[in-house]
Design a protein around this ligand. Structure first.
Ligand SMILES: [Zn+2]
Length: 130
């Protein structure tokens, strides 16, 4: 399954990031709270399937129980006639929505990138009142 390999990739990237971020004074590895992924409309990723695979693939990892946030990136082309970037209303047709000029110059929409890994900070746990 395509989404499963993406999820697996995502996890190894996150684990790498944890290791890089983890300060020496912390003896235990930090847990991951939330992972944010930017997914372009043309990336060919089924967000729902990815969520499902992520949940399965994160089991028995420091990412277990973390939330996967998927930010959808619209497909944006550059229209040479308008000399502007235009958001495609439909990814089936690569034409400028303003002037109808066909354009293949995709500026955004193929993203598949990890943008944020939010770790559980032990320090943010508020001390018991009293
Ligand atoms: Zn145009």
């Amino acid at each position: 399954m395509h989404e499963l390999s993406i999820a697996t990739n995502l996890i190894s990237l996150a684990l790498e990031a944890i290791q890089n971020k983890s300060p020496a004074l912390h003896t235990s590895a930090p847990r991951v709270d939330q992972v944010t992924l930017r997914v372009g409309r043309l990336a060919g990723v089924d967000a729902e399937a990815l969520q499902f695979c992520y949940e399965i693939a994160t089991r028995d990892t420091p990412l277990a129980g973390s939330q996967l946030v998927i930010e959808e990136v619209p497909a944006v082309v550059y229209c040479p006639a308008c000399q502007a970037e235009r958001e495609l209303p439909s990814v089936q047709r690569f034409v400028c929505p303003e002037c109808g000029q066909p354009t293949a110059e995709l500026r955004r929409g193929r993203e598949l990138e990890l943008t944020c890994i939010q770790l559980v900070e032990p320090d943010t746990v508020s001390p018991p009142a009293g």
